[in-house]
Design a protein around this ligand. Structure first.
Ligand SMILES: NC(=O)N[C@@H](CC(=O)O)C(=O)O
Ligand SMILES: [Zn+2]
Ligand SMILES: [Zn+2]
Length: 423
């Protein structure tokens, strides 16, 4: 099927027709005409941090349901985190995830490989075998856990240099977060919950930046959540250290005051922080100190979320609300223009994950037609049942958001049309 997208506004603000022919962007074509007046077209979004839960927790999400949620959120590629059961620490498992993603065909599912066997932080996983597998893994992460042993982290950074891989670190010094339930600060003192101090994140980022510099390798920092982390990143980048960083939509919008509800839907790792942190994160995303937005989409089954705060698993849904939250927090506030949105949600994540030959491409003829059409004027209200995820743990229930994803194209095929997933 070919498409002529009429009168869409590009990230740079110019308005023109876009032809989609034989999977590529073309000068012109016959085919279905899509009236895109008033719509924004973006390069297909790329999520470098998604939990799809398959294999192991198919009751919370599957590659199929997560892929559908991703397409509905405007994504054409997602990096599937390795903390599955079994852990994606060997070639056979990443190949299985990659193959299942291809069979579903709604987004490119790019598996992330574990850094250490079983996410235990002790012995390196089969990094080389995963890199050489059909899945072509380039991003490695023990996400959910921090690679806290500095010698292990150093060896991992050294190892992935050979194939331009990157270590994506969940920065959390485990000794500083024993029993932690929420951000350490005024609110945790008031609520009597054990705190997760900012320094537990900041100290690991500083250490890892120094290690990356020492061995000349590439570090990526997952879900940056504090103003202090932003300062450390600014320092590292000013020294020319090869470090990139992501922020989640929820850390751009929500604060630790929500813990006062004791509703576990607001429990997440790293925890929601203060309004000052939110301000610093928005500024850092605007000025490029933080390179990318990543959802950290973390579906959890009912029994893991609908319980008391301390027993609940941390994590929030994110794929279907990410772009609307970025529009609300960054575009409507004047901090980021649409070219900036394209950069932080498509071009930069594609580069970080080594997907830039296929994703995050410019919207010019000859390029693969990976596209997202958004209606920025349309506002919609989040309901858990309105989302495609199996799980229901969205923190945005009842919130009205700007920006409806109208269509998503993966290599010229519509995965979403008129706001509806195409199978
Ligand atoms: N973010 C979370 O709170 N949870 C993630 C793990 C992680 O991203 O650290 C999960 O796998 O549920
Ligand atoms: Zn994490
Ligand atoms: Zn995660």
């Amino acid at each position: 099927m070919n498409y002529l997208i009429r009168g869409a506004t590009l990230p740079d603000g110019t308005t023109r027709d876009l032809a989609v022919r034989d999977g590529l962007i073309a000068e012109t074509t016959d085919g279905e005409v899509i009236d895109a007046g008033g719509l924004r077209v973006l390069p297909g979004l790329v999520d470098i941090h998604t939990h799809l839960r398959q294999p192991g927790r198919e009751d919370a999400e599957t590659i199929e349901t997560g892929s559908r949620a991703a397409a509905l959120g405007g994504y054409t590629a997602v990096c599937a985190m390795a903390n599955t059961d079994p852990v994606a620490d060997a070639a056979g498992i990443v190949e299985q995830v990659w193959r299942l993603g291809r069979e579903v065909g709604l987004v490119d599912v790019q598996p992330v490989g574990a850094v250490t066997l079983g996410l235990k932080g002790e012995r390196l996983a089969e990094l080389g075998a995963m890199a050489e597998s059909a899945a072509g893994v380039r991003v490695f992460s023990d996400d959910g856990h921090c690679v806290h042993d500095a010698a292990v982290m150093r060896r991992a950074l050294e190892y992935v240099k050979a194939f331009d891989g990157v270590i994506a670190q969940h920065a959390e010094d485990p000794k500083l977060t024993v029993g932690a339930q929420m951000n350490e600060g005024e609110q945790s003192a008031r609520l009597g919950l054990a705190g997760w101090p900012a320094v537990a994140e900041e100290a690991i980022i500083a250490r890892d930046a120094l290690l990356a510099a020492h061995v000349g390798s590439r570090l990526h920092v997952c879900h940056v959540s504090t103003a202090g982390s932003v300062e450390v990143l600014r320092w590292a980048k000013s020294r020319g250290i090869r470090v990139t960083a992501e922020v989640t939509p929820h850390h751009l919008l929500l604060t630790d005051e929500l813990a006062a509800t004791y509703d576990p839907v607001y429990k997440v790792n790293p925890p929601l922080r203060t309004a000052e942190d939110v301000t610093a994160l928005r500024e850092a995303l605007a000025d490029g100190t933080i390179d990318a937005v990543a959802t950290d989409h973390a579906p959890h089954a009912r029994e893991d979320k609908e319980c008391e705060w301390a027993a609940a698993r941390p994590g929030m849904l994110g794929l279907e609300t990410a772009l609307p939250i970025v529009i609300k927090t960054m575009v409507e506030t004047g901090l980021l223009d649409w070219a900036g949105v394209a950069e932080r949600m498509s071009h930069a994540p594609a580069r970080i994950a080594n997907l830039e030959s296929r994703h995050g491409r410019p919207l010019t003829p000859g390029e693969p037609a990976n596209l997202t059409l958004v209606d920025p004027a349309q506002r919609w209200t989040v309901t858990p049942d309105g989302l495609a995820s199996i799980s229901r743990n969205t923190p945005y229930t009842g919130l009205e958001l700007p920006g409806a994803i109208v269509a998503t194209f993966l290599r010229g095929r519509a995965t979403v049309l008129d706001g509806k997933a195409q199978a």
